[in-house]
Design a binder for this molecule. Structure first.
Ligand SMILES: [Zn+2]
Length: 157
């Protein structure tokens, strides 16, 4: 018994050179692993960082984004709530967002310095015009959360 020919016909979008439309859709399943608590914290309007638990380790600053293990000694870290106000250390304006960029053109990306945090947090300015040294405070998207880092933004303090 012979198998029948496939019936799905590809749409021809160009005769020369011959090109067809081949639509694809897929879902990417992504686990946050040990960082899940950070994203859950955003829904509770908490900015959760981590800190090394090793008493002998010299690094006692907070890590934000959080780290599951201390970068210096590889000991486990503990969750600590970070300050929700800080200062813009640098910024840029997105003029041509890439296809997967989820914010519109003219979004201001910022690096925020928070007291006690050894990293600069990359994020976005939801309102206002960015300036280096500008005081900002965190705001959280809890009404219609995306469950991504975009649920955190900053506004002038
Ligand atoms: Zn450590």
């Amino acid at each position: 018994m012979a198998n029948p020919w496939p019936t799905a016909q590809a749409e021809v979008i160009s005769e020369s050179p011959l090109a067809i439309k081949n639509p694809k859709t897929w879902s990417h399943y992504h686990t946050y692993g040990g960082w899940g608590k950070f994203f859950q914290g955003l829904q509770q309007k908490k900015l959760l960082a981590t800190r090394c638990t090793n008493a002998a380790c010299g690094e006692k600053s907070l890590w934000l984004p959080p780290r599951c293990e201390c970068v210096d000694c590889w000991h486990p870290t503990e969750w600590i709530e970070a300050p929700q106000s800080g200062e813009i250390v640098t910024w840029s304006l997105v003029k041509y967002p890439g296809e997967l960029f989820r914010l519109p053109a003219d979004t201001t990306l910022i690096s925020v310095e928070l007291e006690g945090v050894c990293t600069k947090l990359m994020s976005w300015l939801k309102d206002g015009k960015a300036e280096i040294g500008m005081k900002v405070k965190a705001v959280f998207n809890t009404d219609a959360p995306t469950n991504t880092i975009l649920d955190l933004a900053w506004v002038p303090a």
